[in-house]
Design a protein. Structure first.
Length: 312
């Protein structure tokens, strides 16, 4: 299927899929697509979902999406998955549980593989979100595979970050290590029928007390997602946070900072590519390496010289 912006603006889901593929793979014309759609972005409610493996993120996402659909809202999901070392494709895992949603024309699911590197994944995720936003989807979820630093970077693309914890997996320690207190806007204790839910609730409250006082104190909701219990309360909490962001001006502030970070990352990327294409692939760079290796010069002097040539 040839990509057509006309089909995209007409709401053709295959055109959306094609656009995301072109942008994700950086095929010819991908920058033109992003330029065309950029002025139509910024309208969707973007929600990041992160948490430890086994916390039931996909089950909770499924339940939340159904609640938003009951409200008549269209929903997009960017599911960030680990990549198969054999095929290079995303390992879908729990996404299979979302199969019933694929029949809903008001829901669009896109799985993105890490491909062994998370370096540029944050921007690829952001681009996929922008395309879904411009396409007209009302709510967009970014679901990540865990709570490591890479996932924290990815969910920075969201307006609201929902952190899913579960009793009995040492989530309190993981939460501290990952620094998710800084990014968590809403906390959910899923599988709360398990032993330890009360203890986990108290631990999260204590951790929040240790943090700096904020105008928004993240609520702690309890769910049993596979039984659809407590999910409506989570949707309410997400709506309350969205309202807080808009009324406080924090939504604009977060998005402005996101635009700043995005441009800086693009500048770094362009400079890196320039060096790769014009220096690393030539014998000149190998000569620099040998000079540094043989202690004829030092890497600081070499780098200053290279950067000076680029910006002269």
């Amino acid at each position: 299927m040839e990509f057509s912006m006309k089909d995209f603006w007409n709401g053709n889901r295959r055109a959306l899929a094609r656009a995301i593929t072109i942008v994700e793979d950086e095929r010819d014309g991908y920058e033109d697509i992003m330029k065309d759609i950029y002025h139509h972005t910024g309208r969707a409610q973007v929600i990041g979902i992160t948490g430890a493996p086994g916390a039931g993120k996909s089950t909770l996402s499924d339940a939340l999406i159904k609640q938003f659909r009951k409200q008549g809202k269209t929903v997009g999901i960017v599911a960030v998955d680990p990549t198969s070392p054999f095929s290079g494709g995303a390992i879908l895992g729990d996404r299979i549980r979302m199969n019933d949603l694929t029949l809903d024309k008001g829901v669009y699911i896109r799985s993105m593989g890490t491909r062994g590197s998370l370096g540029g994944l944050s921007r690829k995720t952001a681009d996929a979100v922008k395309l879904m936003d411009a396409f007209g989807l009302d709510v967009i979820f970014i679901e990540t595979v865990g709570v490591g630093q890479s996932e924290v970077d990815i969910v920075k693309n969201a307006d609201t970050t929902l952190v899913v914890l579960v009793p009995g997996l040492g989530d309190d320690i993981q939460a501290i290590k990952a620094g998710i207190l800084e990014i968590g806007d809403v906390f959910v204790i899923n599988k709360c029928d398990r032993d330890g839910a009360d203890r986990l609730n108290v631990e999260i409250e204590m951790m929040l007390d240790l943090g700096e006082a904020q105008n928004w104190r993240p609520p702690i909701e309890r769910t049993i997602a596979n039984k659809d219990q407590g999910v409506e309360d989570v949707v309410t909490a997400l709506g309350d946070h969205r309202k807080y962001l808009e009324e406080s001006g924090l939504l604009e502030e977060r998005r402005r900072e996101r635009a700043r970070s995005e441009m800086l990352e693009m500048i770094h990327d362009r400079i890196s590519r320039h060096i790769e294409e014009n220096l690393s692939k030539t014998g000149e760079f190998n000569g620099y390496v040998e000079d540094v290796f043989e202690r004829k010069t030092d890497p600081f002097t070499v780098v200053d010289s290279i950067v000076g040539k680029i910006f002269k």
